[in-house]
Design a protein. Structure first.
Length: 556
């Protein structure tokens, strides 16, 4: 019965084999539904301030009304560059409600990376926190926009906000100087409030997000995620988690949003799923501040859903003060973004009593493809089973299906698979087969029970703390540096981060030092992309046609 989908026989009771999203036209329907059903419920807690769904509805509608005053064409792109603060959700929801497309921007990007994304997406508006304005300032002439909207950390936090802004600007010096014309977030909301909001016609085939990723190679590309792609993934995760939540008898689910919501995993599994469930989202603006995060966890023993990456779980459990954290209401911890290490998972389980259910996904798949059920009683080491309405086949390089237990490329078909890469027809053809399977670039093994395990990556992609790093991009940057003749980059195993970047350099200038290279990379790339190790060599191993053999560098 399930010959080509062996996983279906192992589905938990109550999980449907297929999902139905026909009752939703767009993501806006999900927002409207939760605003109508739960107006008095708390929706967000951000930096100690709470917002109800009623307030989130009003603020996001004001933002949408303001965007509608700018005379943008339907489908225009709005770039949103925030850490996890209330403004991110207001701008993201408001952009979608106005009928526009959200381009999520990592707030840690360097000017070079931001410029590429703004130009490639053709964004007309950029909404960002003043802490990152100096980044845009450096490229504003190369990437002109119709409007830039700037918020300060304390803008929506009431009286306390003035103190936070003063502290952030004057004491902590977190806001480098910048100077360009812009609209202030607070003013934008006020102007929007004075204008009537026109609800646009949005269909499930309209674009909701351009989610930038290296895909499986080279320069960052925008995965085109339609409203129906993300809708499908929200419903898929919802029905998948249901068996783990159904006996909880909770009035409201509480989600910890520690991973950046500009990243697809937190966007879908925290922000959007959380709203669909009428949940409370506890926002963590800086998850690298582990001390601050532990304090927040102590204040919130009511957290039920905890999506994380291995790096975050690892950092928490290795702090002695984490022993004081009690999470008695925790129902599910989901590990994604990178491989969860068994040692980390076992210690997490021992300390919290809840195993990490590991999952797998990509920006191109909105993102969730496979996940362990929330009913697992220990860490499995596998990435679980394909979720409802999802098909996975394991293919060799010629597109031939591999038998169970034999490794090959993981290829995915389902309603969550992107429409293609933005303005990249050839790349789209390369990665989506004629019958609609997305070629992930990851090598996996499917068991005859339908459980999937990742064994390797097809390409030389490096995963640092859950972020994808592409050697081509790093090599390109280093090769522009004076004194560098040749360069090759590989991933080097790292206990905490999974991998770090290691660069092999043939130098032209004897005075070139490791320190100089590291400083140069610091100016050009965000932290997770920078090489942690620089090794100078006389020559790089090459094939007979002169191609650098990265695999041989791994044996040096």
């Amino acid at each position: 019965m399930h010959a080509h989908k062996p996983w279906l026989k192992n589905y938990p009771e109550g999980v449907p084999h297929e999902i139905d999203i026909s009752h939703f036209n767009s993501l806006v329907d999900i927002f409207d539904e939760c605003f109508q059903r739960f107006p008095q419920r708390l929706a967000i807690e951000s930096m100690g301030k709470t917002f109800t769904y009623y307030e989130l509805n009003a603020l996001s509608q004001n933002f949408a009304s303001y965007l509608q005053t700018l005379g943008l064409e339907p489908g225009s792109r709005v770039a949103v560059m925030f850490p996890n603060v209330a403004e991110y959700l207001i701008a993201m929801i408001g952009t979608l409600r106005a009928g526009f497309v959200v381009v999520n921007v990592n707030p840690l990007y360097t000017p070079r990376e931001l410029e590429h994304q703004l130009k490639d997406s053709g964004a007309r508006v950029l909404v960002l926190l003043e802490n990152f304005c100096h980044i845009y300032e450096q490229i504003k002439d190369q990437a002109p926009l119709n409007q830039v909207i700037v918020s300060s950390l304390g803008d929506l936090l009431g009286v306390k906000g003035h103190l936070i802004n003063f502290f952030s600007r004057k004491i902590k010096k977190l806001v480098p100087p910048w100077d360009f014309p812009c609209g202030r977030f607070r003013d934008v909301l006020r102007i929007g409030k004075e204008h009537a909001f026109t609800k646009p016609q949005i269909s499930s085939d309209h674009i909701a997000f351009l989610q930038y990723t290296g895909g499986t190679t080279g320069v960052s590309k925008g995965a085109i995620l339609l409203h129906r792609n993300i809708l499908a993934n929200i419903i898929q995760i919802d029905v998948w988690l249901e068996p783990g939540l159904k006996n909880s008898k909770l009035d409201q689910l509480v989600f910890l949003c520690a991973l950046p919501m500009t990243h697809i995993f937190a966007l879908t599994a925290c922000a959007l799923l959380g709203m669909h469930k009428g949940g409370l989202l506890i926002l963590v603006p800086n998850p690298r501040d582990i001390t601050g995060l532990i304090k927040l966890l102590m204040r919130h023993p009511e957290i039920n859903v905890f999506p994380g990456v291995n790096t975050l779980f690892h950092a928490l459990i290795h702090r002695p003060e984490f022993l004081k954290v009690k999470l008695p209401k925790l129902l599910v911890a989901i590990g994604g973004g990178m491989a969860v290490q068994k040692k980390t998972a076992d210690l997490w389980h021992k300390l919290t009593g809840i195993p990490i259910a590991q999952g797998y996904g990509l920006s191109e798949t909105s993102p969730v493809v496979c996940v362990n059920t929330p009913l697992v009683d220990s860490f499995t080491g596998s990435i679980g089973m394909p979720i409802p309405s999802t098909e996975i086949v394991i293919l060799d390089d010629d597109g031939v299906k591999m038998p169970y237990g034999i490794p090959g490329e993981i290829c995915i078909r389902g309603p969550q698979v992107m429409a293609g890469y933005w303005n990249q027809v050839e790349e789209t053809k390369r990665f989506i087969t004629v019958d609609g399977f997305f070629k992930s670039g990851d090598i996996g093994i499917m068991s005859d029970e339908g459980f999937l395990q990742i064994v390797d990556r097809k390409k030389d992609m490096i995963v640092v703390a859950g972020f994808k790093v592409f050697p081509n991009e790093i090599e390109e940057v280093i090769l522009h540096m004076p004194g560098v003749r040749e360069c090759a980059v590989i991933g080097s195993p790292h206990r905490k981060l999974g991998e770090v970047v290691k660069a092999y350099i043939v130098k032209d200038d004897d005075h070139l030092t490791e320190m100089v290279v590291i400083q140069y990379c610091k100016a050009q790339m965000t932290s997770y992309k920078r090489p942690r190790k620089i090794i100078f060599v006389k020559e790089l191993p090459k094939s007979n046609i002169g191609k650098v053999l990265r695999r041989e560098l791994r044996t040096l």
